[in-house]
Design a protein around this ligand. Structure first.
Ligand code: GLA
Length: 590
């Protein structure tokens, strides 16, 4: 009983620090990225309105309205769409998008005036109908013809849209992937006009609308192999006084790369040149990874964008949901095929916290289910008396507590008296408990593992054992003698434990971060002890091949924890255990 009271006092103190708004979760409204990021940059999306494409402006309208402050036409402002034949313009779909944007207080990015792709041939034919860039000799007359068409296109398009378009990708993808050339030699513009076409385009665009922000847009513009050439082009333009205001970094990336540091180097380079930066076509393919890993990648990227928000003024996703993406197989967006928010969405809602914590704050951290498996109630983190639950605890027979959270029931109405803790998914006998419970609290159990840098003792390879708790996913504890192997951590004080995570061989650099492998520990348990002598299993894993195990446990109090491995791999002849990290989560109980 004494322990219980001390526990309660600690919880109350902790809770006062983290106390947030208290509300039932059923009525949850999706948070708006447009609102969340309004002091940093515009949040944009590519919207499909073209006659031949699925109309996301209709099918994804709710998300577009709720989430975005900027829109880009995925195809309807490209040269082949706007001027399919010389002098024949098709502004209708783009105009619809612009009307929509105005009604919803959104800005419009214009994409794109000059590109080697999605540009009709007529731009490049001489008066006899021959493709000029295929001719042995290109005459001054040919060149002038192409310049005139380029300038007329820019003039007609920009005049039509006027100040409805606040920023234009004037030139798209002109720089070469091949180090032998600055500009890509296969572009018809380049083949006919050489370097000049870029300057001509920017000068004309500025002449038509001196207020429009003019961008050069490219893929891999941030990457080390290519950015030197992009910088060379931009420097040249700036030195010659060509009106250019910004760089569009497309951002067609994956979970595996490019690295955040490579992207950061690129961003810094352009910011230092005094250029405004738009991330124009962001999508992050799965690369065979999990939705959680994609979420973490999106979180890091948005954290980076916020850090450079003095230069980055627009972050546009290339699509809205995975069902209508040009990389649909790679599920690269924030919403899934049924338009539900993915872990990646929750990750960018608040980059200072793990995605599942953000999600729980909006959608609920505890779900109360009845015998038929139906949800009778759900609650966000916070504290409640039984009277303000809005549902009857008696009906509840099962609890589902979101990862990283703990629900504590208290005997009396002011969070005191006898306590009962639950984490993960557990049976809950509402009929028995309802009369005994006066209040409850739902808390997040902390972002940091309580084993981090604590003293360790191991059955083998003692000198490297600390590597399993050093927070560094690259280093490992890797005994290769005779199992069972164990590794004990002295937590230094008693904790209420709710969750444990192991990062095994497959997560390491040698195996390239694969999800499953027979080389991962097969049979192992989390053991706990009050004194370091008597141990019991708090949880056990058998026949495992996953590289990461992440498990909630029935909350239990202990001062010592031990990873106990009886089968170090799934292969009988291989006794080599590799543990990159052994993490345990909990709250101090004294
Ligand atoms: C490039 C273009 C975009 C789009 C994508 C693929 O990145 O800039 O307009 O066509 O390719 O969808």
């Amino acid at each position: 009983m004494r322990t219980t009271r001390v526990l309660v006092a600690t919880f109350l103190a902790l809770f006062l620090l983290v106390s947030s708004s208290v509300a039932l979760a059923e009525d949850y409204v999706l948070p708006s990225l447009r609102e969340i990021y309004k002091d940093y940059f515009h949040i944009g999306g590519a919207v499909s309105v073209a006659s031949w494409a699925p109309k996301t402006l209709v099918s994804h309208r709710d998300l577009i309205e709720g989430q975005l402050s900027s829109v880009t036409a995925e195809n309807a402002m490209k040269p082949d769409y706007l001027q399919p034949r010389e002098g024949v313009f098709n502004f209708r779909e783009a105009d619809n998008l612009i009307r929509f944007a105005k009604e919803h207080g959104m800005v419009v990015r214009g994409h794109t005036l000059v590109w080697h792709a999605q540009t009709p041939d007529w731009f490049f034919r001489d008066k006899d109908g021959k493709l000029i860039y295929e001719k042995d000799e290109i005459t001054e007359e040919d060149r002038q013809l192409v310049i005139d068409r380029l300038e007329r296109h820019i003039e007609a398009v920009m005049t039509h849209f006027g100040d409805s378009v606040y920023a234009w990708d004037v030139v798209n993808e002109a720089v070469s992937d091949d180090a032998a050339y600055i500009l890509r030699p296969d572009s018809p513009w380049y083949r006919i006009l050489g370097d000049d076409f870029i300057k001509i385009a920017f000068r004309k665009a500025h002449e038509v609308d001196p207020d429009a922000k003019l961008f050069y847009n490219d893929y891999n513009a941030e990457m080390a192999y290519k950015r030197g050439r992009v910088v060379a082009l931009l420097r040249d333009l700036i030195n010659e006084g060509v009106p250019i205001h910004g760089i569009g970094i497309q951002g067609h990336w994956g979970v595996n790369g490019p690295s955040v540091s490579e992207i950061e180097d690129g961003i810094r380079l352009y910011a230092d040149m005094g250029l405004e930066i738009h991330i124009t076509e962001l999508d992050v393919g799965m690369d065979g990874r999990t939705p959680e890993e994609q979420a973490e990648r999106y979180r890091e990227l948005f954290e980076l964008f916020k850090k450079y928000s003095y230069a980055i003024t627009n972050v546009t996703l290339w699509g809205i949901a995975d069902d209508a993406s040009w990389r649909s197989n790679d599920n690269p967006l924030l919403f899934d095929r049924t338009h539900k928010p993915k872990p990646a969405f929750w990750a960018v809602v608040d980059t200072s916290k793990p995605w599942h914590v953000n999600k729980a704050e909006y959608t609920g951290a505890v779900f109360f289910k009845n015998g038929a498996g139906e949800i009778v109630g759900s609650l966000r983190p916070g504290e409640y008396t039984v009277d303000d639950l809005g549902f009857d605890l008696e009906e509840v027979s099962r609890l589902e507590v979101a990862k990283g959270h703990l629900v504590t029931f208290y005997e009396s109405k002011d969070l005191s008296g006898e306590v009962w803790h639950f984490a993960g998914t557990s049976e809950f006998s509402g009929r028995e408990m309802a009369d005994r419970i006066g209040s409850l609290a739902i808390r997040y159990v902390g972002a940091e593992s309580i084993t981090l840098n604590k003293p360790v003792e191991a059955s083998a390879a003692q000198d490297r054992a600390h590597r399993a708790v050093d927070g560094n996913p690259i280093t490992s504890w890797s005994p290769r003698e005779n199992p069972p192997y164990w590794l004990t951590v002295d937590l230094g004080q008693r904790y209420l434990l709710t969750r444990w995570v192991t990062r095994l061989q497959g997560t390491g650099p040698l195996m390239g971060g694969i999800l499953n492998s027979p080389l991962n520990a097969a049979d192992f348990s989390l053991q706990v002890s009050e004194d370091g002598d008597d141990w019991f299993d708090a949880d056990a894993v058998t026949d495992n091949t996953a590289s990461i195990t992440d498990r909630d446990i029935n909350p239990v109090t202990a001062r010592y924890v031990r990873l106990y491995v009886s089968r170090p791999t799934s292969l009988d002849f291989n006794q080599n255990l590799v543990v990159h990290e052994f993490e345990v989560y909990g709250l101090p109980s004294e």
